[in-house]
Each structure stands twice: as structure tokens, then as C-alpha cells.
Design a protein around this ligand. Structure first.
Ligand SMILES: Nc1nc2c(ncn2[C@@H]2O[C@H](COP(=O)(O)OP(=O)(O)O)[C@@H](O)[C@H]2O)c(=O)[nH]1
Ligand SMILES: [Mg+2]
Length: 132
């Protein structure tokens, strides 16, 4: 009997600070690999979590939130998600429905769409949604 082909890929999780990216990755992995905090910019590096199953392996890349920067550190933090996009197979774009979209949303979507990489939109915090 032919065995299933083993698949492997990188998934970069991107979005504004505090939308729930780290929470989502921790939920996928069933363990806390990434800091979850209500304080924006807690994830300062691209943290990778690997989910391994019989027929696939997914490397989730958690990134600092992307935003329009007002100071130097924040500007550097934008480089991390941007670099993570250069090697991933799928992008998970996380939107926080408890807040109304702002300029940053457009900035991130513009960055993401330029890559040509398939994007899955995750509508998060629907429990506190102001939109749907
Ligand atoms: N109400 C609500 N809060 C959430 C949800 N997902 C994450 N959070 C909270 O949002 C805050 C930011 O989460 P975090 O994963 O650190 O966001 P990140 O900055 O995008 O990685 C934390 O206080 C989480 O507990 C959700 O679906 N609903
Ligand atoms: Mg985070």
C-alpha cells in the first residue's frame, strides 16, 4: 500500500500588535511556546513552533505585530514579520474584530499582498466583535 506523501511547510502569522497571534499559535500547538500578553510588542523575535503529525509538519512563525512606527524599535520590529514573509508557504493574517480597522490594517495587507503568497484571513476576538 502506498504511504501518504509527507508534507512540510512554513506558516507565518502576521497582524497588528495584540490581535491574538501568539494565542492562536499556542492553541494550534496545544502548548505555550509564545508569550501571550495584553501589552503590545511582547513578541520581539520571530518565534517558531513546530506541529508534527503522521503526514505533515507545520512550522508556525510567530511575529511581532506590524504597525506604522513612531519610534526606532517599532520600525525594526516591522523587519521581523517582513523577513518571515520571505520564506513562508502560507500567511495567516489575523484581524482583531474587537477594534475597528485602522491605517495599519491597510499597510499590513499591502505588504502581504505584494508577496504573492497564499493568505488565510483569521477573524479573531469574535466574542468581543464590534463589526459582525
Ligand atoms: N476576548 C478575546 N481575547 C483574546 C482572544 N485571543 C487573544 N486574546 C487576548 O488578546 C491579548 C493579546 O493576545 P496575544 O496572543 O499576545 O496577541 P499578539 O500580540 O497578536 O501575539 C491577550 O490578552 C489575549 O488573551 C480572543 O479570541 N478573544
Ligand atoms: Mg505575540
Amino acid at each position: 500500500m502506498a504511504s501518504k506523501p509527507f508534507k512540510c511547510g512554513f506558516v507565518t502569522v502576521i497582524g497588528r500588535p495584540n490581535v491574538g497571534k501568539s494565542t492562536l499559535i499556542n492553541a494550534f500547538l496545544g502548548q505555550k511556546i509564545s508569550i501571550v500578553s495584553s501589552i503590545p510588542q511582547t513578541t520581539r523575535y520571530a518565534i517558531k513552533g513546530i506541529l508534527t503529525r503522521d503526514s505533515y509538519q507545520i512550522v508556525f512563525v510567530d511575529t511581532p505585530g506590524m504597525h506604522i512606527f513612531k519610534h526606532r524599535l517599532a520600525s525594526k520590529l516591522n523587519n521581523i514579520p517582513r523577513d518571515s514573509l520571505s520564506y513562508c508557504d502560507v500567511i495567516l493574517y489575523v484581524a482583531d474584530l474587537s477594534r475597528f480597522p485602522v491605517e495599519e490594517e491597510e499597510y499590513i495587507l499591502r505588504t502581504v499582498s505584494k508577496t504573492g503568497i497564499p493568505v488565510i484571513a483569521v477573524l479573531n476576538k469574535i466574542d468581543k466583535s464590534k463589526i459582525i
